[in-house]
Design a binder for this molecule. Structure first.
Ligand SMILES: Cc1ncc(COP(=O)(O)O)c(C=O)c1O
Length: 403
């Protein structure tokens, strides 16, 4: 019995939400109509909470490649990368990712979550290493630190000075030091000062891991991420990413110029003890990678859409968490208001993500809009109209109210 007692609070919140309206944590896409549309509760809805940044879920070349792999290689690998789960496709995708990023080595994992778990726990020795992480890092970075068993120290979000102080105060007993940050943070859509972090980490003899899960394909001249935009791609020690956003599949990877990164295949339990991505998944991710590399117009369209939406929401006076980015979050003071505003939007035929503390960086709750290059002008018009009506109906979402 006591095993389940801890669920009571969560169940009360969850069931309470369902009684008050539609539950943002129980949405079912009843029918997928395209990269930005689905039927939800029987209604055609514009999807603006899916991280399909470059609209690759229905890319014909990716679908054809996946079908071919399914026919030729079957439904699954039935084994881990370390044993029988490495096919030619996994190796050629590793090569293609390394080439795209201009890095020498790349290791593909089963998901982005697992890639960070695997990299962090695979690199650190609990007896002699230390890891320093940005306070707003994703759960998988926290979990990777915990799995590693190494001493973990948090520094203030996006604050290289805070990192500098903590590195400066470290006990000299630590042999290896790893710093973890992200490129674009997914809750607010704010970006890290990666160049400054590189300087601070390296000055203290620490290695830097940048998780570009949300910024891969989206930032930088070639779409290599925030590190590219800041001109420091060649200075990143470990670059982690996912196939689940710009590449619209499932899987993750860690790239590096350090030849020793290849040994993650031996040291990393999340690499060795879980099944590898299926041939169809690998084939679609590879085709999507080729496509986004060859089509910079996708990135340009994404930014057009993001800028247009950010400008409209700013004009409505909505309280936005960050400057224009492919994630645009509106802050609301309480979870009840966020819940009501989310329901308001879904009733207008617009799906976004809702996040509440402790899943958000601050005390506020938020509605997160993830922009896609596949959003049509009609999608954007519907989003703008729905947010305009929401700004009218929820004064607490507006800057004037908040300040
Ligand atoms: C920053 C960050 N890293 C890693 C992940 C995990 O990626 P995946 O969905 O491939 O497990 C996410 C997923 O949302 C993320 O936001």
């Amino acid at each position: 019995m006591s095993l389940f007692e801890k669920f009571e609070k969560t169940a009360a919140l969850y069931n309470g939400l369902s009684e008050m309206g539609k539950n943002p944590f129980a949405v079912v896409m009843e029918e997928v109509l395209g990269p930005t549309r689905a039927l939800i509760k029987g209604r055609e809805t514009v999807l603006a909470g899916t991280h399909n940044y470059l609209g690759q879920t229905f890319e014909p070349k990716a679908i054809a490649a996946a079908k071919r792999a399914l026919d030729e290689e079957g439904t699954g690998t039935t084994g881990s990368r370390f044993a029988n789960g490495t096919f030619a496709g996994h190796k050629s995708l590793e090569r293609a990712l390394a080439d795209f990023l201009g890095m020498k080595y790349c290791v593909v994992f089963s998901t982005g979550f697992v890639a960070n778990l695997g990299a962090i726990a695979g690199l650190l020795d609990p007896a002699e290493d230390v890891v320093l992480i940005d306070a707003d890092c994703h759960a998988c970075i926290y979990d990777g630190c915990q799995l590693s068993g190494a001493e973990t120290i948090r520094f203030r979000h996006n604050d290289p000075e805070s990192l500098d102080k903590r590195l400066g105060r470290l006990d000299p007993k630590y042999k290896g030091k790893l710093v973890c940050i992200e490129g674009m943070y997914s809750m607010y859509g704010d970006i890290a000062p990666v160049k400054e972090f590189v300087e601070v980490a390296h000055r203290h003899g620490a290695y830097l891991l940048v998780d570009e899960a949300h910024s891969f394909g989206v930032y930088g001249e070639k779409g290599r991420g925030v590190a590219e935009a800041e001109g420091v791609m060649d200075k990143i020690d470990f670059y982690s990413g996912t196939f689940s956003k710009a590449l619209a599949a499932i899987g993750g990877f860690v790239a590096s110029n350090h030849p020793q990164a290849e040994y993650l295949r031996f040291s990393s339990r999340p690499y060795k003890f879980t099944a590898s991505p299926s041939p169809a998944t690998i084939a679609s991710a590879h085709a999507a990678l080729d496509n986004i590399a060859a089509t910079p117009a996708l990135r340009a369209k994404l930014w057009d859409n993001a800028n247009r939406l950010h400008a409209a929401l700013t004009q409505y006076g909505l309280r936005l968490a960050a400057p224009p980015a492919p994630v645009i979050s509106v802050l609301l003071p309480t979870k009840e208001e966020a819940f009501a505003a989310w329901n308001f939007l879904i009733d207008q035929g617009v799906y976004v993500n809702m996040a509440i503390p402790p899943g958000t960086p601050g005390k506020e709750s938020l509605l997160r809009l993830a922009v896609s290059s596949a959003h049509t002008n009609d999608d954007i018009d519907r989003l703008v109209a729905a947010y305009g009506a929401m700004a009218e109906a929820f004064p607490s979402a507006r800057v004037a109210y908040a300040s």
